[in-house]
Design a protein around this ligand. Sequence first.
Ligand code: ADP
Ligand code: MG
Ligand code: MG
Length: 213
Amino acid sequence: GAVAVSAAAVRALRAAHTLLHDQEERLGKLDAVAGDGDHGRGMCKGVDAALAAAEQAEDADAARAALLAAAGDAWAAEAGGTSGALWGAGLRAAGSALPADRPAEPAELAAAARAALEAVTSLGGARPGDKTLVDALDPFVTAFARSVGEGAGAGAAFAAAAAEAGTAAEATARLSPRLGRARPLAERSVGTPDPGATSLAMVLTEAATALAT
Ligand code: ADP
Ligand code: MG
Ligand code: MG
């Protein structure tokens, strides 16, 4: 059935908040292999701001989808770093794609996920295989749409797609980065998964659990 987006978004952001603070150090270490080591801190700053903005919008009873867009704007404003700008743009695009005044159907959620991917690729220019968070987001979006097309409910489709994102994030270990701050030390990164793909897949998996309960 249809999903009440604002309540689901707040639940997912709360789960992401707990997860990212738990994983801050691990994500920083992953980013320090070939990048500048700030990915854990950046994700924490982003999710702190996004959750606060979402809770404020929920209290103010803002239009449902506007909450996700406000969360994205706050994430981009506070996180800093490449991933912060991309997370912000993705959340804003998803929020803007959803119906403002009623719960979203599974196919509308799949379209919103597609809109997030398009915003991320148009802002960052990454393609699958460049060893970025796009390597987790692209398979998530494809798998979500496929499950919904096969008649799965939103929760089941989200969980299946998050699992695919996790597998895809792990598979970035063998890639050499073609974009971003890890590019100059690209060879050092081979054997380690991309930090942004890893954190995205972890957040999606945690959000799937939060949405299922
Ligand atoms: P910064 O690189 O600015 O320090 P972070 O450390 O927070 O930012 O994020 C690094 C992650 O951002 C990378 O692991 C990668 O997943 C992602 N990233 C970097 N550049 C791009 C890009 N152009 N498109 C998509 N994702 C990117
Ligand atoms: Mg970094
Ligand atoms: Mg940085």
